[in-house]
Design a protein around this ligand. Structure first.
Ligand code: ADP
Length: 640
């Protein structure tokens, strides 16, 4: 085609467009780029839109309502222009126009979805419609049809329901005309989209200058003309939003994990430090012992032994506290509750710290003796643990030569025990924090003093398990601290009191002990202790040897480790249980594992008792005493 005929064809199209619409929209001015296509599209527009038999105003209004959910502002603006009287709606010079107040709802009414769509579907189904008639402008019926058509155009999840409703309202031939019109609307949208530079015509600018509400809706309302509500787009948006949420969640989880990891690292560092504290003197003490033995210096040996004993007690104490906290936080700690004399408990707690008190040079005042019969419902072991921990801290956080007091008062329902010191004190802002696990008073750390921050957390939990409460009073740093424990009291019943079992020393009865542990040193040292307590002992280092030795010696008691190569403790115990000699032997697991599930497992393997290493001399002495007296019931009570 040459340039001249091109221009002619162009001019002919413009005049035809002008004839039909009364204006020439800017879009047709681009026609010269592809005249053939424009020509054919114009033919399609006439067939599908302008000559489509539906009423002109109805078509134009439908065009505007359905387009507002797509990103086609120019298109919407132009067709709003037709409705408002700038040119002819649907190219029909005879058509009426829409008043502005009936155009606004087309731009404002939302697209009903999900349950909200139901009534519109029902309404459309109930209508008898034809291509030559249309409901009144702005009526519910008109809106219901537009809603169904919009769902069709946008391919939403309800497209099929809407098509079914329209099928009931229109004959199939009329519905085909409607679908052809929708195809045209979609085509017009794509025309608009591939020409994003289309400028608004002057007549439209003037209209929107005057009709601000229309302009507001078209250009400023994000819901009008700017959102492509197709199912696909929504899915993408949803996925995007979901991904963003997931990313945020992952980020938050990462931060939490990082924080937890930092806390864990800090804890491990503190734990290592705490363990090194008692380990260092034990290691160097052993070296010093070598020299003392060589020099036959008994005095030095005894001094070293005392230090090492104190340090290993500290280690055991630390590990026990950790185990208890872990047990409580997993809900695995149960109390053996009974009526207990509080003054007995306090006396035992004081006993347990007596050496430390003396070494720290503190003056100690105890006024609990003035009450003779305060009975609380509690677990004696745990109650002693509460007060010995508080006393331990008072000793630890008070400089040499301080003053510590323990006093008891009563109110209507509680006994109130207070442990007071005149040590370094605790700043008020740390009062709550010190009861948290692994927390120390920061000032403390700065001062170079370090603890693990386990004791008070354990104390608080134990007090709560006894239906009591604990608080700290410390007005200003340097003025000392006071910890106040309140426990509910119960009626006194003398016979029912749970007292600590008093065990006499070895009465000369015999008792034969078999020790089984692959850790040779641990087994040998324990063996020496048994001998020193006055009983006979055999030591073997694996399960197989134990199975061979036991029928020969018929031991009264066997202490056996669990983790051993070849035959472990569980397997050995199971084999032992099939033997005749086993009926007269008490089988005790002696292991580093003390969790509830470990205890359960040894029970299932057929052990009679479960002890956690290290067993102390006092405990060993008591056990062997019961065994030598053949007091199995007493042993049961003692170990339960
Ligand atoms: P630890 O003593 O092992 O650090 P605790 O849980 O027993 O752990 O105590 C937590 C913190 O509370 C201690 O680090 C210390 O800062 C503070 N604290 C506890 N008791 C006292 C006390 N009597 N005087 C001063 N500070 C104390």
């Amino acid at each position: 085609m040459n340039g001249e005929s091109n221009t002619n064809q162009h001019a002919a199209l413009h005049s035809e467009v002008k004839n039909r619409f009364g204006v020439v929209p800017n879009f047709f001015k681009l026609a010269s780029e592809s005249p053939d296509i424009t020509e054919n599209l114009w033919g399609f527009a006439k067939f599908a839109y302008l000559n489509n038999p539906f009423p002109s105003l109805f078509k134009e209004r439908m065009f505007v309502y359905t387009s507002r959910f797509c990103e086609v502002r120019y298109c919407i603006a132009r067709h709003v222009g037709f409705l408002a009287g700038l040119g002819h709606p649907s190219g029909d010079a005879e058509s009426k126009t829409s008043p502005v107040e009936l155009i606004i709802p087309l731009l404002a009414n939302p697209l009903p979805r999900d349950e909200a769509l139901g009534p519109y579907l029902e309404l459309v189904k109930s209508l008898q419609l034809s291509k030559s008639s249309a409901p009144e402008q702005g009526s519910q019926e008109e809106y219901a049809i537009f809603v169904c058509v919009a769902h069709l155009l946008l391919f939403t999840d309800r497209t099929h329901d809407c098509l079914d409703a329209l099928k009931e309202a229109y004959s199939s031939e009329d519905l085909e005309y409607l679908l052809v019109f929708l195809t045209f609307i979609r085509t017009a949208h794509y025309w608009t989209k591939i020409h994003p530079d289309l400028e608004m015509e002057d007549d439209l600018r003037q209209l929107f200058d005057v009709q601000e509400k229309l302009a507001e809706k078209i250009f400023n309302d994000p819901e009008a003309g700017s959102c492509e509500l197709s199912t696909q787009l929504q899915t993408e948006l949803y996925t995007l939003r979901r991904e963003t949420q997931l990313m945020a969640q992952v980020k938050a989880t990462n931060t939490a994990l990082e924080e937890a990891s930092i806390r864990k690292d800090e804890f491990l560092a503190t734990l290592a430090h705490e363990l090194r504290n008692p380990l260092a003197p034990i290691t160097s003490g052993l070296e010093a012992m070598k020299i003392a033995i060589k020099n036959k210096d008994l005095k030095a040996l005894e001094a070293l032994r005392t230090t090492m004993e104190r340090q290993s007690q500290q280690l055991t104490h630390l590990v026990n506290d950790l185990m208890d906290v872990s047990r409580i936080s997993r809900g695995k700690m149960s109390l053996k509750l009974g009526p207990v004399e509080l003054t007995d408990i306090i006396a035992s707690a004081i006993d347990s710290v007596a050496t430390k008190l003396e070494q720290a040079g503190h003056k100690f005042v105890n006024d609990s003796a003035k009450y003779k019969s305060i009975v609380v419902k509690g677990d004696p072991v745990r109650l002693i643990q509460i007060f010995s921990n508080l006393l331990d801290n008072a000793i630890k956080y008070t400089p040499y030569g301080g003053e510590i007091s323990l006093s008891v008062t009563m109110d209507a329902t509680n006994v109130v025990v207070s442990v007071k010191d005149n040590g370094i004190g605790i700043p008020a802002h740390h009062h709550e924090k010190i009861f948290e696990l692994f927390s120390q008073s920061a000032d403390e750390l700065e001062a170079g003093e370090q603890g693990l921050g386990v004791g008070l957390s354990l104390v608080k939990k134990l007090v709560q398990m006894h239906d009591g409460n604990i608080e700290v009073v410390s007005d200003s740093p340097g003025d000392g601290s006071q910890f106040v424990v309140r426990l509910p009291t119960v009626e006194f019943e003398e016979q029912a009191l749970t007292s600590k079992s008093e065990v006499e020393v070895n009465n000369g009865n015999s008792c034969r002990v078999l020790l089984v542990d692959d850790n040779k040193s641990a087994a040998d040292i324990l063996g020496m202790l048994v001998l020193m307590l006055g009983y006979s002992v055999d030591t073997v280092y694996n399960g197989r040897a134990a199975l061979e030795m036991a029928p020969e010696i018929c031991p009264d008691i066997i202490f056996m480790d669990i983790g051993m190569p070849e035959l472990n403790g569980y397997e050995t115990a199971q084999l032992m249980n099939q033997e005749a000699w086993r009926r007269n032997t008490v089988l005790v697991a002696l292991t580093g594992w003390g969790r509830e599930e470990d205890i359960q497992r040894t029970k299932e393997a057929g052990f009679d008792h479960h002890l956690v290493k290290p067993i102390d001399a006092e405990q060993l002495k008591n056990i062997l005493h019961y065994i030598s007296n053949k007091d199995h019931a007493g042993l049961e009570r003692y170990l339960s």
